[in-house]
Design a protein around this ligand. Structure first.
Ligand code: UDP
Ligand code: MG
Length: 325
């Protein structure tokens, strides 16, 4: 365990996008769970461009309890980037990202901290059940984890969200990763360190609706796969070799048959199938190259990850990470 030049031991990061119905109940439970721990803590809330009254409630809570700090982003950047902003502003020796909808029970932080005190640098919370989720959500989540586990060179834990405890050394490592495409689940695993897990039952969202739909999940999955594996890019040379081999064999067969049995004109159907099939394969491979190329383009533009409108808190600016902001 390492510590910084401040006495805050635990920072809890809460990304918030349109969560006005959850905020007061969240702080009620979070603050009482943290008070029980008897350590110095801060709660860094990142308002990710909410369009409702979330910011107003957050500022009210900040005035009531100065341990609650608010980073107000200039617009909605998405949860992954909100989390990165939270990591930049948090100053504790251990950091726990948590969802605002109480799907990550705050009472579990005690267990995470206990493991941290045993000497682990990363303690992730793996969900046992996926309560109240449709079979389609469970099936797609399972397919996603299977795919990413097969493809990624680092083991990404299954059924594990962003709810986990990270030691300061892990956060400092994460802050050195310069990429704009921040697939946090993967990055947390990629940095390594001493990891362990606890199991929990993930409850349903307290109020409000999830911000994810299947299209967003699909794009999230593509982001994850492309940022952690080159397999989709490399596989096309092998598919090409196999297809060329098959067409060579078929061509030899056609040649021999024509030599032995004479010219045989019919073959429109097989010709069409072969052309359409190959056209499809080529478009898929081009599309996949495009996915990677687009991401390379995003990275080389080197735009800042996010902009902050206002920070409601007391830490000196020098402690924040200047280069990413
Ligand atoms: N969130 C965010 N920015 C977004 C979408 C979501 O900061 O663009 C926050 C949201 O407020 C919540 C957390 O990310 O605290 C998880 O969101 P949600 O509950 O919608 O995701 P799910 O639990 O369904 O995966
Ligand atoms: Mg949720």
């Amino acid at each position: 365990m390492s510590s910084q030049n401040n006495d805050i031991e635990l920072s809890v990061i809460v990304p918030i996008y349109n969560e006005e119905q959850n905020i007061d109940y969240l702080f009620e439970r979070l603050v009482s769970a943290l008070d029980n721990l008897n350590l110095k803590y801060e709660i860094v809330c990142v308002n990710d461009g909410s369009r409702d009254n979330s910011l107003k409630y957050l500022i009210e809570n900040h005035h009531r309890n100065p341990n609650i700090k608010v980073v107000d982003m200039s617009r909605n950047f998405g949860k992954e980037i909100a989390l990165s902003a939270g990591l930049d502003y948090a100053i504790g020796s251990a950091i726990v990202p948590i969802d605002a909808d109480l799907q990550d029970p705050p009472e579990l932080i005690a267990e995470l901290v206990a493991k941290w005190r045993e000497g682990y640098d990363v303690v992730y919370a793996t969900r046992r059940l996926r309560q109240g989720e449709s079979w389609l959500k469970r099936f797609t989540a399972n397919a996603f984890y299977q795919t990413i586990i097969c493809m990624s060179p680092v083991p990404i834990p299954k059924n594990t969200g962003d709810f986990r405890l990270l030691d300061r050394c892990v956060v400092d490592a994460l802050k050195q990763l310069p990429e704009r495409n921040r697939f946090m689940k993967g990055l947390f695993a990629w940095v390594g360190f001493n990891q362990t897990s606890i199991i929990y039952d993930r409850p349903q969202r307290y109020k409000g609706v999830t911000k994810w739909n299947y299209w967003k999940l699909w794009n999230f999955a593509i982001d994850g796969i492309t940022s952690f594996s080159l397999l989709p890019l490399k596989v096309w040379s092998y598919i090409g070799i196999i297809l060329s081999l098959i067409s060579f064999l078929y061509a030899s067969f056609l040649l021999l048959r024509t030599l032995i049995l004479g010219i045989d004109v019919p073959g429109y159907a097989s010709l069409m199938v072969a052309i359409l099939f190959l056209g499809g394969v080529q478009l898929i491979s081009l599309g996949i190259i495009g996915e990677y190329l687009g991401r390379v383009y995003d990275e080389v533009k080197g735009r800042p990850l996010y902009f902050v409108k206002e920070f409601y808190g007391d830490q000196p600016k020098s402690q924040q990470n200047p280069e990413i902001k």
